[in-house]
Design a protein around this ligand. Structure first.
Ligand SMILES: [Fe+2]
Ligand SMILES: [Fe+2]
Length: 195
């Protein structure tokens, strides 16, 4: 791929963000703020954003697989539409992180095949306990993800609020939707599992 092709996506992203990303040369960042360690503030920022996008991409993929597993067992029951609604939002979350992986040229985790199998097994396995089991799984997973997103929001705000504004908006929206899933789980008897 040409230099222009390689850098087009992140350049568009920078324009949309209106942020102060440094110049790049054929996809390579030009470091302008040397630190005593030999790394730069921009290297640190870039590494943090890379890590966040990689982890969230994997997390949203895993969430999709969990809901796929739940739907395989409970899709035709009374909670099928509730699970489908949450799964549809997870599909949107994954779509967005698929876009961000490309825009930021982040290497996805090598554990994707693992999350594929484990996510589905977790969703299907808890759904086999009944709708209460599936909803208890949803509550636990979504609570953990919302907590994780809150930590990332704090990190990005402390690092550079203006620069990370668009990524922050994405994560805040998804955090709110994960909390809605958490509450839906409670409304559909998650706490009755094993009762
Ligand atoms: Fe999600
Ligand atoms: Fe969710």
């Amino acid at each position: 791929m040409s230099c222009a092709g390689v850098s087009a996506a992140p350049s568009l992203w920078r324009l949309r963000m209106g942020a102060r990303w440094p110049l790049s040369a054929c996809g390579r960042r030009i470091s302008v703020r040397p630190r005593s360690s030999g790394t730069t503030l921009d290297d640190v920022s870039r590494a943090a954003v890379d890590r966040i996008i990689r982890v969230d991409h994997a997390g949203e993929y895993g969430a999709n697989r969990i809901y796929a597993g739940q739907m395989a067992i409970l899709g035709r029951t009374s909670v099928g539409p509730v699970i489908q609604k949450m799964w549809d939002q997870e599909k949107d979350h994954l779509k967005k992180f698929n876009e961000l992986v490309v825009a930021f040229r982040v290497r996805p985790t090598v554990l994707m095949p693992f999350w594929n199998v484990v996510g589905f097994a977790l969703g299907a396995g808890t759904a086999l306990l009944g709708k209460e089991g599936a909803m208890a799984c949803t509550v636990a997973v979504e609570e953990s993800i919302a907590h994780h997103y809150n930590n990332q929001i704090r990190t990005l705000m402390e690092e550079d609020l203006e620069r990370h504004q668009e990524l922050l908006q994405v994560i805040k929206q998804f955090r709110d939707e994960e909390l809605e899933h958490h509450d839906l789980g409670l409304e559909h008897d998650a706490e009755l599992v094993g009762a």
